[in-house]
Design a protein around this ligand. Structure first.
Ligand SMILES: Nc1nc2c(ncn2[C@@H]2O[C@H](COP(=O)(O)OP(=O)(O)OP(=O)(O)O)[C@@H](O)[C@H]2O)c(=O)[nH]1
Ligand SMILES: [Mg+2]
Length: 427
């Protein structure tokens, strides 16, 4: 039943009008070009964009009444099936608009959820998307049944719509409960799997959708991950080995892309998929520098990282698609804002060796916590530890000296060279 109604939100092969607002100064409040891409990704046929200048959203129709009536004529004349709105709408706004326009009205969150639903391949991704959709739909369920009320329900009576609504709410709440439970189990397993790799260095690719994360994953590891010029190509996480210098290895993960105004429910239900991001030692934040909205995209990604409590993680900004730049000034500007960033083209391979070097440097300079024992007479090693590391404690146990210390990773190989009977463990 629930399944059936969700299909009502399908926009595939439907004639669509995109609806957004501009501020009074004429600046787009949203990004109609991005909404256009989203609509196309979802399979809609975009017929027209309608933008209204206004600073305040109308509580009844989202746009002003006059404009809404114009829109109704436009819908009728163009045989429009669906109007897609760039902002999220209240259930009342959707109801009022649908009645006036005589067309389906879908908001931005619903559109994104729909795309995720059509693209989810793994069981986990499917469960996550279903949960996010139901959580989004629950407070809006009434809308699905207004047509029944209109047919039979009168004033003061509880029509079939009302009764149906109640049993539907129960059904949906039960399903949400079951899905949460299943996902918790998966999340627990995933957490164990990821922490089991705690001995390895972990790198995670993050970034705006279509920034080139999967292409970079392929360039770094020859992983053969799916790359497409569309939004949300990747919905689950893939982990591969990244070979660094001196036979050193790290694990690198490619995961779902972010977008601005990403529905909150989606982020929370994708927690298991984003486990690798949360447990990574280093994030590579991939940015499409050829996009005119690169800076905005960086901000949107940072906001999602905050939601995941990952904003403090060591992050390397990777300015990708340098080959496709039309305005050199964009790159110069971003480089001045983020002087530590790496400039690359994942497509041509330009800058990839330098990026690997930066990753290597990061791990070399990273401090690790160690426990170490050696022979009490190892004066050279003791001196080295005090010189390069930060000794937290030192204890003499018979013929053995034990240390607890912090030290940069690059000094570790030298430790075993200085003494033969050294025993070392990471804390
Ligand atoms: N010109 C150019 N195009 C690139 C570069 N890197 C990626 N692309 C293109 O950008 C598009 C998106 O690439 P993906 O690697 O799928 O992007 P993604 O970040 O994984 O996207 P999602 O998984 O959808 O979030 C594809 O058409 C790529 O060929 C680059 O360095 N230069
Ligand atoms: Mg991808």
């Amino acid at each position: 039943m629930v399944q059936e109604k969700r299909k009502e939100l399908s926009v595939r092969a439907e004639r669509a009008i995109l609806l957004g607002t501009l501020s009074l100064k004429g600046v787009a409040n949203g990004d109609i070009e991005e909404l256009n891409q989203l609509a196309k990704t979802a399979g809609a046929i975009v017929v027209e964009n309608v933008l209204q200048r206004r600073d305040k959203i109308d509580p009844t129709y989202y746009i002003g009444r006059g404009k809404a009536e114009e829109l109704a004529t436009l819908c009728r004349d163009n045989d429009i099936d669906v109007v897609i709105c760039d902002d999220d709408l209240t259930p009342a706004q959707v109801r009022n608009l649908e009645k006036l326009l005589n067309a389906k009205v879908v908001d931005r969150s619903e559109l994104i959820l729909y795309i995720f639903a059509t693209r989810a391949r793994t069981t986990q991704a499917q469960l996550q998307v279903e949960l996010a959709q139901l959580e989004y739909t629950l407070p809006r369920l009434r809308r699905m049944w207004v047509h029944l009320d209109r047919i039979e329900g009168g004033i003061g009576t509880r029509g079939p719509g009302e009764k149906q609504l109640e049993s539907d709410r129960r059904l949906v709440s039960k399903r949400i409960f079951d899905l949460r439970k299943k996902l918790k189990e998966i999340e627990g397993r995933r957490h164990q799997q990821v922490t089991a790799r705690s001995g390895c260095l972990k790198v995670s690719l993050v970034g705006y959708t279509n920034a080139g994360k999967s292409t970079l994953m392929n360039a770094l590891t020859q992983a053969g991950v799916l790359v497409e010029d569309r939004l949300f190509s990747t919905l689950d996480t893939k982990t591969r080995i990244l070979h660094l210098e001196n036979g050193r290895k790290a694990l690198i993960s490619d995961t779902v892309g972010f977008i601005k105004k990403l529905p909150h429910h989606l982020v929370s239900s994708f927690h298991a998929t984003l486990e690798e991001v949360r447990q990574a030692d280093l994030l590579l934040h991939v940015v499409d520098v050829s996009s005119s909205t690169a800076l905005e995209q960086i901000k949107a990604v940072n906001e999602v990282l905050e939601e995941l409590n990952c904003e403090q993680k060591p992050t390397l900004l990777v300015l990708n698609k340098a080959d496709a730049l039309t305005e050199q000034a964009n790159l110069t500007f971003l480089k001045s804002l983020y002087p530590e960033s790496a400039v690359i083209s994942a497509l041509t391979g330009e800058g990839i060796p330098e990026l690997k070097k930066k990753i290597q440097d990061y791990f070399d300079r990273r401090c690790v916590e160690l426990r170490l024992t050696c022979g009490a007479e190892d004066g050279k090693l003791t001196a080295y530890l005090y010189q390069k590391g930060h000794v937290l404690s030192q204890r003499l146990d018979g013929q053995k000296l034990s240390f607890h210390l912090l030290i940069e990773e690059r000094y570790i190989p030298k430790i075993s060279e200085l003494a033969s009977d050294v025993e070392l463990s990471y804390v």
